[in-house]
Design a protein around this ligand. Sequence first.
Ligand code: PLP
Length: 712
Amino acid sequence: MFAGDADIERAVAELGLALPERLKPLAQMAYDYRWSWSADGAAVIRAIDPDCWERTHANPRRLLTETGRRQLEQADRDSALTDRIERLSSELRNDRQRPWREGAFSPQHPVAFCCAEFGLHGSLPIYSGGLGILAGDILKEASDLALPMVGVGLMYRTGYFHQRIDVTGFQHEYWLDADPERLPCVRVTGADGQPLTVTVPIGDEDVVAQVWRVDVGRVPLYLLDTDRPENSPLGRWVTSRLYESNRAIRLAQYAVLGVGGVRALRAMGIQPGVYHLNEGHPALGVFELLAQARAEQPTGHDDLAWRRVRGQVVVTTHTPVAAGNETYPRDELLAMLGRIADLAGDRERFLSMGRIDPDNRDQPSGLTALALRASRHANGVSQRHGQVARGMWQPMFPGRAVEGVPIDHVTNGVHVPTWLQGPMRELLDRHLGPGWLTRADQTETWAPVNDIPAAEIWAARCAARRQLVEMITGRAIGDRLRRGEPLDYASAANNGFDNGRLTIGFARRLATYKRLHLVALAPERAIALVGGERPVQFVFAGKAHPADHEAKEVVRRLFALKGFPSVSGRAAFLEDYDMALAGQLVRGCDLWVNLPRPPLEASGTSGMKSVLGGGLQLSVLDGWWAEAYDGGNGWAIDGHVDADHQAQDQRDANALFELLERQVVPMFHERDAEGVPQRWVAMIRRSLVTNGPRFSATRMLREYADRIYCNG
Ligand SMILES: *Cc1c(COP(=O)(O)O)cnc(C)c1O
């Protein structure tokens, strides 16, 4: 039904040949990430060879090809395991056979969801943070809702960087080759059996791109890759790294994603009903759409052609930070994209489309302005971000008041079956009734949470924390020894972290506006918290962009606290934050802290994941939390904008510690005769019942589908 079906079938058949009879159904799972959100999916595949599972970053294709014959045969003889394989496989087969959702879209005319990064799973390193993980969650949810959708992105050979921290707290970066030949994907071939390719004019070169397909349940994700022998070394490099620091290479990537993406869909016989640009990066595709619309119009009807393009395109903007909406002066743009500008008919028109004021020739051009101008609908990603975006882009709409700027919002949500795993998944599956995950966006679905006995919720929370502490201990010791720390400091992680202790998490991209530095602003209070009578433990993680020196400095300042004796066993910075680590942290932490400088957090999604794991939120009233906080489902820090950043930081750090010292810590330790913190558990219930349905990807994607995609 989708281009590449035959390529997937061939790969599955080939892998199946190498597997014993009862393991053959796993071959299908090696090429479809659908298993990753089934309750038993990861556990079943891991059981074949747990060491190999770790080593391959939970990549089933690699596990099945790299494990030994002995492990495969042993699994084949284990009837309990083969029963589970059979059950899982029939669950996934039934899922595939559901009819597509009725409506405007079909596999021939799907929603084309275009994004520079996709976070589907830890084994596919083509994402950096929230934007990509949201994109991955949307594809998964489209599969669950049987909404015809295809994803369009780039296959970065070396993906996003990996992180190491040295003894001084300084971040180092390195890149690993992802090698698509070992990832759960296939190369799409054409009718001639050769790899299907498209070309994209970049500078003087016609850069050739091939297409990989990764299945996300029923949704195919097509990833363009310029590592082709026809290309110059520079052309081959284009899709090498995500968020490449070189501006010219970034422009080339946007050309491949936008223009190449539209051309690839066409070459594959897919005619999208709507193009959803997730952030401005894929926006250059509108010029290719324009060229196609023109070819089908009588000449001289440019306005009609543009109207047709606009009618097919919607955009979501994610970032209220200037650096995320980069702009380019004309010479820089035309050097790389001059021939794409020619698709627009004339180069001045091309440049003007990306300016705030199209007539001001001194202004640089950017992709977000282009996307806003070339689409029929635009939205931000939370209620507050909608307001911020209207204010920020108001100059593009002279004569309109801020409230009249045509940007609304769809608040983000998270894919519940992906992020709800472990003991809380078992608990909710037990209590919310069969099929509840398909109704995760409805308030009634979550109502039975109110009747789950406190002792049961608490037991699930304690089990989840125990798993987390085990992981922290293991990783922290390895991180520390690798850094060259003394043995006693490294082993302090071993006896320091405690299964019963209030565990506080802070993990996200380390952009400066996320203000991790607030924790270190009042060092004596932080140290009193970990070393006091009722000690807490902290776990931190996050990567700073390689060029963000200020963010790297924040990690260094945090590391300056490690010399305090009580800290070594009660606080850890875990290296190389990724989806796998994020999943473990949001499952286990009791309290999830978010300290963005308002109004710069467009939405934030890690807190929503933490809610699902029964974590409580302590956050600045910005992004999603500004609309989620109801006075009793977590804790809040004032979200007003203050031009005096230093004063605001002092005030907010103070608010953070006041809340921790006076409310969070006492409530966690207030226990009944059975040792259950009744008030804490009541807050978990309230958090699940109020936030669970509202911040699910089910609610989010239904909003996109019903309100935005369909109104063309
Ligand atoms: C969810 C997630 C994010 C986004 O978290 P925020 O709190 O929104 O910044 C970033 N990185 C990873 C790995 C995630 O899983």
